[in-house]
Design a protein around this ligand. Structure first.
Ligand code: ATP
Ligand code: MG
Length: 216
């Protein structure tokens, strides 16, 4: 059995805030691996600023290559349909029937959980690790948890390493972290304005963006 984190996102592009969040999760949760899952965005839906999923996948691969526990999954990217977490989770459960899954989401994303397809099922079928994001503290996340609370759904906050035993029930875990105040939108804006993005994304990702002249 493996404990597997699932970190979904548009990753348009992946940046140091994403990586810091995933690293902090590994510091506190004994996960065996974290799968980064770039979402497919249907062409008609995508604002033109979402670059092709092949580019986003490749940049995530580059960003993950130095951390052996960070892996990339193309389960959403290669399926040309809107990406729903519940569908992704069930697919991954078929591929890895022995694993326990933890969706990793930033606090801004979790605040919208009630808009996710079949979110009550999703909350029963896996755990969540909600990491704080600058500007989106965990306070309002607690409010959402209170509102949607149900059996098996515990809001648990821990600041020391949790043991696999402690993680044996599905729950929503809250993790306060200091991630840098970086967003993909800000990076795209900077590139459009010709401003440097050094330090906001890993070096290899910056090189990739320059090589393919993305977001300009
Ligand atoms: P955009 O500005 O295009 O929305 P983004 O920076 O929010 O991009 P996403 O791909 O939308 O990146 O986010 C994927 C996941 O990563 C979400 O759960 C989001 O909350 C989380 N996340 C993004 N940036 C950070 C950050 N700086 N710290 C913590 N979590 C983050
Ligand atoms: Mg976002």
């Amino acid at each position: 059995m493996a404990l597997t984190g699932l970190f979904g996102g548009t990753f348009n592009p992946i940046h140091c805030g994403h990586l810091k969040a995933a690293e902090e999760v590994l510091r506190y949760f004994p996960l065996d691996r974290i799968l980064f899952i770039p979402s497919y965005i249907p062409p008609h839906k995508s604002q033109k600023e979402v670059v092709a999923v092949e580019h986003r996948l490749r940049m995530v691969e580059i960003a993950c290559q130095n951390q052996p526990k960070f892996l990339v999954s193309d389960v959403e990217a290669r399926n040309p349909a809107p990406s729903y977490s519940i569908v992704t989770l069930r697919k991954l459960k078929e591929i890895y029937p022995e694993d326990r899954f933890f969706f990793i989401v930033g606090s801004d994303a979790f605040l919208e959980i009630e808009t996710w397809k079949d979110y009550t099922e999703l909350l029963k079928e896996c755990s969540f690790i909600v990491v704080s994001r600058p500007g989106f503290g965990l306070r309002s996340v607690r409010g959402v948890i209170e509102k949607i609370r149900q059996e098996n759904l515990a809001g648990i906050e821990k600041f020391s390493l949790l043991s696999p035993d402690e993680l044996s029930v599905n729950g929503v875990y809250l993790l306060e972290i200091n991630s840098p105040d970086i967003s993909s939108s800000e990076i795209r804006k900077r590139l459009q304005s010709g401003l440097p993005i050094t330090g906001l994304v890993p070096e290899g990702v910056e090189e990739y963006i320059n090589k393919y002249n993305l977001y300009r």
